[in-house]
Ligand binder design. Sequence first.
Ligand code: IMP
Length: 423
Amino acid sequence: MARVDVVIGSFFGDEGKGKIIDYLSSNAKVSVRCSGGNNAGHTINVDGKKYAFHLIPSGILNKGTKAVIGNGVVIDPKVLITEINELKANGISVDNLYISTKAHIILPYHITLDKLLEENRGKNKIGTTCRGIGPAYCDKFERSGIRVEDFISPKFSELALINIENKNKIFECYGYEKLNAKEIIAEYQEYAKILAPYVTDTVNLLHNAMENGEKILCEGAQATLLDIDFGTYPFVTSSNPTIGGVLTGTGVGPRDIGEVYGVLKAYSSRVGEGPYITEQNNEIGDLIRELGHEYGTTTKRPRRCGWLDLVALKYAVRINGITGLAVNHVDTIGKLEKIKLCVGYEHDGKIDMNYSTNAEYINTCSPVYEEFEGNFGDISTIKSRSELPEKAQKYLSRIEEVVGVPIKFIGTGAERESMIVEA
Ligand code: IMP
């Protein structure tokens, strides 16, 4: 039986999961997205062409690889169709795209509601991507969501009508313009026709693939500290981007999981609001942002930047059962003269290695830093860890020592090839 390897973000997202996924998916027969929606985004460069992925697993770029959108994903049909059309226009076949019957649909009222909720949170705003993700998951759990299998069936118009009428009552209360149910239903019925041929029972597809010895790669989206349960609630996304979400978002079992790769950057970043203990809201943070081009792929927002936090990384290792680390942007951090690494939190005169998502507690902690030498020089063409400058090796070894997990991938530059593989 083949297993499912998983790529998971260790921090607040944007760790460069795409690059590791790109490498691993060449050996996978199936690539699958498990959770989240088009709040995620990564760009892959192939032969000088840029492909932006928000919903479709990027494994689709490999001929013959099945690309599966699992049941845990919330799908904006318009975005998915745009992605399909862009791939087709570039000569990439989407015949191997499979959409779960059980995934949920994002409709215009989810997007309006996301904006409305953000506006009305005032100073407590979360900084969502306003893509309707939270409201779509709310409907799923409240049991008024529309699943793909209903979306492509005659039931859709009736289900959508009830939902739109109900949401319109909310919009009216807030002084928002009401949505036109007839127009939306007609428009989305057209989208349903386009997507229907790709819809299938992906639970059976995945299990049959494993039984046939086909390697599966789970393309994680978002990240551990954005998890609805384990992240810095309420400054999180509305799904479980951690290992549990891989199981509930695909239907594979715990024993089917193989390697779990935790992706991180040699520094850290965060978009949106919420606690971030190693943030450098100063010229160091500005420098990291510029050197690492830390602006959102999906929203273009400048990212908050800071030092790597090993207490948080240890938490990600614990929660996800991470078996190997992928450290990106080692070249970027190596452009600084001095690098700091957070190796513990000081609280009441004691050093704590237990991460907490409690904002009040975090505010009483101060990061304990160790300082490392930077100025690594150009490392982009180095192909083995032992050839890296000693200064870089020291930094990487200390990460492994503190969290107790080996580094299997080292990102050494922006290019696809700029990566050391130790797996
Ligand atoms: P939502 O997922 O749009 O509801 O946004 C909730 C929070 O998660 C916001 O702070 C977003 O910026 C953040 N977020 C959601 N998806 C991603 C991602 O793929 N990378 C980084 N941050 C994300």
